[in-house]
Ligand binder design. Structure first.
Ligand SMILES: Cc1ncc(COP(=O)(O)O)c(C=O)c1O
Length: 428
């Protein structure tokens, strides 16, 4: 008897049958348990804002909101998603280096907690739109600090970057900045140093430095600190030789810092924004093998889904391909005896979601899953390549499977296109 992958008692064979493949399958219990574990470990004065960019599905956002998460959004649709999922404006922040006029207007009209401003020019736009409305906008400053994060998979600060405003530039502005924009209330500091951090010590050290920087900048720029957003970037292990963060160790380092800071600033909201850490482990990308073949001595399993839905599997910020955890989902007990290249339906050799993955012998019809794939899956993939469209998404909650996104079909894909051709000459 072979052992199948199950989510809350539901077998993968039946789930794939019911919802079809390729499919993103999320275990809701994994998400709520993870959030509860983090909430329990970390000092209560630190609020967690879910970064919708990791997985923007409204049902996932609602699940996290119901667990106590607030929302960090970076586009108009993400803002509307969070609001429709039930997140109150006072628990929403909006950041992003390229906000449109329309997005800033929406932030003001929705009266969200803070617009995280990423440049001096953006301050001018926010000020202008707030003046039109006769209001004063709550704005925090995203700072590109002079220091760098250690141990991040992808660095977002401490280097020449399009994100935030350089620390040195802000210091040079001094107290003049706040007075220049009468329709802006500077109220906070945000720093996001990088993603995929797997060292507890780095997260603690970053937080310590960000607290220090926030105190200095608020004094130099002359505004009270209503909020400090310490970013986050908490990672999860994907590859061999990586280890998940130990929440006990993290809390041991973080909690005294938070305790100390909030004792000195009892009215300041402390925020950590995270996406990957909350949702990545919950998701499995489920594909079905269509064809198997050998080419020049190597095994290939061509499945119905590939990098068009799971670009991250090609390699996250690295040139060397490393495999996500993968499995033959209906035969978990079978020894992985053969190296298999797992490819998708695209016409490019880069459409390789697993390279020489140890697997049991594969056959057409087998289900192959990419695990730990709940973050930066289809949302961060070229889903329109070859016009395949978005895959279905299913969330298992309380032992029941719910379709939370229908797969795109031909009509969806063509529905937004307009057939236009010049009228044929001479035709009548
Ligand atoms: C500014 C900012 N905040 C939050 C996130 C979410 O990061 P993660 O999913 O690593 O928690 C990102 C990711 O790139 C980001 O750029």
């Amino acid at each position: 008897m072979s052992v199948p992958y199950e989510v809350q008692g539901l077998g993968i064979t039946e789930l794939a049958e019911e919802f079809g493949t390729p499919l993103y399958l999320y275990d809701g219990e994994e998400i709520t348990t993870r959030f509860a574990g983090l909430r329990e470990a970390v000092h209560p004065s630190l609020e967690f804002f879910y970064s919708l960019k990791a997985n923007p599905n409204i049902a996932i956002c609602a699940l996290l909101h119901d667990s106590g998460a607030r929302a960090e959004v970076s586009s108009l649709t993400e803002l509307v998603t969070a609001r429709r999922a039930g997140v109150q404006p006072k628990d929403v922040i909006f950041l992003g280096p390229g906000k449109s006029r329309y997005e800033v207007e929406a932030c003001l009209d929705e009266d969200i907690y803070s617009i995280v401003c990423e440049s001096v020019e953006e301050l001018g736009l926010i000020d202008e739109l707030a003046r039109e409305r006769g209001i004063v906008a709550p704005v925090s400053l995203r700072v590109n600090p002079s220091f760098q994060v250690k141990g991040s998979g992808l660095t977002m600060g401490g280097k020449p970057r399009q994100f935030g405003t350089d620390e040195e530039l802000l210091r040079a502005e001094g107290s003049g900045l706040a007075g220049r924009y009468p329709n802006i209330r500077l109220m906070g500091i945000q720093v996001y140093l990088g993603t995929r951090i797997l060292s507890e010590e780095s997260v603690v050290e970053n937080t310590r430095r960000i607290f220090g920087l926030a105190e200095e900048l608020s004094a130099e720029l002359g505004f009270p600190l209503e909020m400090v957003d310490v970013g986050g970037g908490l990672g999860i292990a994907y590859f061999d030789n990586e280890k998940d963060l130990d929440l006990g160790v993290l809390a041991e380092g973080l909690n005294p810092l938070i305790e100390d800071f909030s004792a000195r600033h009892p009215d300041t909201r402390l925020i950590m924004e995270l996406g990957r850490f909350l949702v990545a482990a919950s998701g499995t990308y489920v594909t079905r093998v269509r064809y198997t073949k050998t080419s020049m001595g190597e095994n290939f399993a061509v499945t119905d889904g590939g990098t068009n839905h799971h670009m991250a599997a090609v390699g996250i910020g690295s040139y060397v391909k490393r495999n996500f955890p993968m499995a033959a989902l209906e035969r978990l007990d079978e020894p992985a005896t053969e190296p298999w290249n797992i490819t998708g339906p695209l016409c490019t050799p880069n459409d390789l979601i697993g390279k020489k993955v140890p697997m049991p012998p594969l056959r057409p019809g087998d289900l192959v899953g990419v695990q730990r794939s709940g973050a930066y899956g289809p949302t961060a993939s070229p889903v329109h390549f070859l016009s395949h469209g978005y895959p279905a998404e299913v969330l298992v909650l309380d032992g029941k499977a719910h379709l939370i996104r229908e797969r795109d079909d031909v009509e969806v894909m063509l529905g937004r296109q307009r057939l236009h051709r010049p009228a044929a000459e001479g035709s009548n």
